[in-house]
Design a protein around this ligand. Structure first.
Ligand code: C2E
Ligand code: CA
Ligand code: CA
Length: 638
């Protein structure tokens, strides 16, 4: 028989490269990674022993009999070990060590392997797997097909185990196991049809390479800037440790003033310093130092380490300078030590503590323990953040509409669109709570788009104008006003939905006018030219500074509920509202009074020249359909 060694030889450089990458790169301390290494070594052993074995059988004149036997044993050992290693790897994807704690898995993995290894290594006595005759001609023994059975067993084991646990392992890892199975079968079929074409090691090498590129790439574990392990890796390791019921400590290190440092010495140098900080921290906790983002690191020091001493040492180091590229700066840090599970039992609490540490600017000390921080509000904030993410994905937002009534005609002439978030887990979350959070984490832009879409759909589906409703007011957040392309986007969307610009009134606040004046003016000028109108929201709620809004093309001013309340309670309040109204009317703007709850208030507003009234007196914000019915009734639509 002629054997083709080309495949095995091609496999060698791939495996050697994989091994050297694996050795040179920082690895996350996962069982999965160690088992992957074992698998690569096993395939390398398989390819090498295959080559040596075939060379021996082809050149019996050169190689001594001991060599022939030795390489054959080696080959059969690796041939058996490789599918076993695949099965062990598939179990390790769940970070399970097959030991006495997982006795069923351990037995299923080890028993066949031990029995088959026994057969292989006693082959000299029974020659049932392979034999060399007196001329050193190789022939198969009757038990050789058991090899295939053995391989099949471990492949089926891997598939069943992976499939049964598919909810707990990510989809890429799951698929990688199926790739092994498919490649294994294809390779075996190939060798069966084309005898002498030794492709098995090569096919498995390709599978190992695919796994490397999808699941095992070291940089999926690493943070790009600091070079330390990243947040998902922390999450995984934390959960892994927690599942083993062990106690351990965490040390958080939050670096303050990075923004200032960026301005002072530039982003590149600061990034370099962050790398140095990572390396410094790593000394206390090798392979267990993580960068969580937002300038905070967390360490999981080994068992028996004194976490408070680590925090002390970190604080001491930060009394000195950090330098990069000829520039040195002082950085300050806050540290927090936590005992798991006493202080924090799950990731949610850990992240809440991290958030608290980030927010803990107002303290006159920098060394924190769990008792110093109250995580309840941070916890709630993270929950709401998760709910917002869900809502964007699953469309848990609903628009409500609150009627706005003209004092002149006593008809509903418009409505304010108010967003509602109804989360399947947290229930109703008020906009006052989730809008500020969404503004902080940037998701407000997506939400703003959702609001536009929903309101446009509502306008398109209902002939509001014929019922007397001229336009809908939509709230714009400060962050939206800061977007350069906000106006173009909005106009594009209006065209897409076939909504006339005159049907839209945008509410902006004074904060937006102050914080984003130039961009806002640009956006407003363009939108006004397209016939969109604008209202100034919450007038009189804070320290109103009329100057900042004098230059804005506003059509309306909305008096805040607080101003309305004061005006109907106190004589001085009445004067303030009345003179504001006179001033605004002289500037040719209309006035909406918000939060009007009683008949008396409504009448008072009318007397003072308010044009429109919005408030519980007429109606609370109500769902779209209810609003249409309300208008039909209120406006006497035939
Ligand atoms: P806002 O723009 O000042 O909205 C008016 C708020 O006053 C609404 O609260 C409304 O339900 C409430 N309100 C109306 N009439 C009365 C009344 O007679 N008495 C009382 N006590 N309250 C009244 P809501 O819907 O909870 O919204 C709160 C805030 O959330 C809004 O204040 C606005 O700043 C923000 N928001 C709501 N929807 C959106 C949205 O779609 N986009 C953005 N960016 N912000 C929104
Ligand atoms: Ca508003
Ligand atoms: Ca308002």
């Amino acid at each position: 028989m002629i054997y083709n060694l080309a495949y095995d030889i091609c496999a060698l450089p791939i495996l050697i490269i994989l091994l050297s990458i694996n050795k040179s790169q920082r690895q996350a301390p996962f069982l999965q990674n160690r088992r992957y290494l074992m698998l690569v070594v096993s395939v390398l052993g398989l390819a090498i022993s295959d080559i040596l074995d075939v060379l021996g059988t082809m050149h019996t004149d050169i190689f001594p009999p001991t060599y022939l036997y030795f390489t054959s044993y080696l080959y059969f050992a690796f041939l058996a070990f490789t599918p076993f290693a695949v099965a062990v790897y598939s179990v390790a994807l769940k970070e399970i060590k097959p030991d006495k704690d997982h006795i069923g898995i351990a037995l299923a993995l080890y028993i066949p392997a031990v029995i088959w290894a026994g057969f292989i290594f006693t082959n000299w006595a029974h020659h049932t797997i392979f034999v060399y005759d007196e001329n050193f001609v190789y022939s198969r023994g009757p038990l050789q097909p058991v090899n295939y059975l053995f391989t099949l067993y471990y492949i089926v084991f891997s598939i069943i185990f992976t499939h049964a646990n598919r909810d707990l392992i990510d989809i890429k890892s799951e698929h990688s196991i199926y790739v092994f199975a498919i490649m294994g079968f294809v390779a075996s079929a190939f060798e069966f049809i084309f005898a002498g074409q030794l492709v098995v090691a090569y096919f498995i090498t390709v599978s190992v390479l695919i796994i490397f590129l999808t699941v095992q790439r070291p940089d999926t574990y690493l943070d790009g800037v600091t070079g330390q392990l990243n947040k998902p890796t922390f999450a995984r390791l934390f959960n892994f440790y927690r599942s083993s019921e062990e106690k351990f400590g965490l040390v958080f290190v939050y670096i303050e003033d990075l923004k200032l440092a960026n301005q002072a010495i530039g982003v590149d140098r600061v990034n370099d310093i962050m790398k140095q900080v990572g390396l410094f921290l790593e000394e206390f906790s090798p392979n267990r130092t993580f960068y969580l983002g937002v300038s905070s690191f967390v360490l999981i020091p080994g068992k028996g380490s004194d976490i408070s001493r680590i925090a002390d040492a970190v604080q001491t180091r930060f009394e000195g300078k950090w330098s990069s590229g000829g520039a040195s700066i002082n950085l300050s840090c806050r540290t927090l030590i936590l005992n798991v599970p006493e202080d924090a039992k799950d990731l949610e609490e850990v992240y809440a503590y991290d958030q608290c540490l980030i927010d803990a600017a107002g303290y006159d000390f920098t060394y924190f323990t769990a008792q110093d921080l109250n995580i309840d509000s941070a916890k709630r904030r993270l929950l709401v953040e998760a709910a917002i993410k869900r809502a964007v994905k699953e469309d848990n937002f609903v628009m409500y509409y609150q009627p706005i009534v003209s004092t002149e005609t006593e008809k509903v002439v418009s409505a304010e669109a108010l967003i509602r978030l109804i989360d399947p887990e947290l229930g109703f979350i008020p906009p006052d709570e989730f809008i500020p959070i969404a503004e902080k984490n940037g998701s407000i832009l997506k939400i703003g788009e959702i609001v536009f879409k929903k309101v446009f759909e509502f306008i398109k589906e209902n002939d509001l104008q014929s019922k007397g409703v001229e336009y809908i007011e939509i709230n714009l957040s400060v962050v939206q006003c800061m977007q350069d392309d906000m106006s173009e986007k909005l106009v594009r969307m209006m065209k897409e939905y076939g909504v006339e610009a005159g049907r839209i009134n945008l509410e902006i606040t004074e904060t937006a006018a102050i914080e984003s004046s130039r961009t806002l003016v640009k956006n407003m000028t363009y939108l006004t030219s397209e016939n969109v109108s604008f209202s100034l929201d919450d007038f009189g709620s804070g320290y109103s500074n009329m100057n900042s809004v004098l230059d804005l093309p506003l059509d309306m001013v909305k008096f805040d509920k607080h101003m309305v309340d004061v005006a109907t309670e106190k004589e001085k309040g009445k004067i303030v509202l009345a003179s504001s109204a006179t001033m605004i009317k002289r500037m040719d703007m209309k006035i909406v009074a918000e939060g009007v709850e009683t008949k008396e208030q409504a009448e008072e507003m009318k007397k003072m020249g308010v044009d429109y009234i919005q408030g519980y007196y007429y109606s609370r914000p109500i769902p779209a359909q209810a609003f249409v019915e309300f208008v039909d009734d209120f406006n006497d639509v035939a």
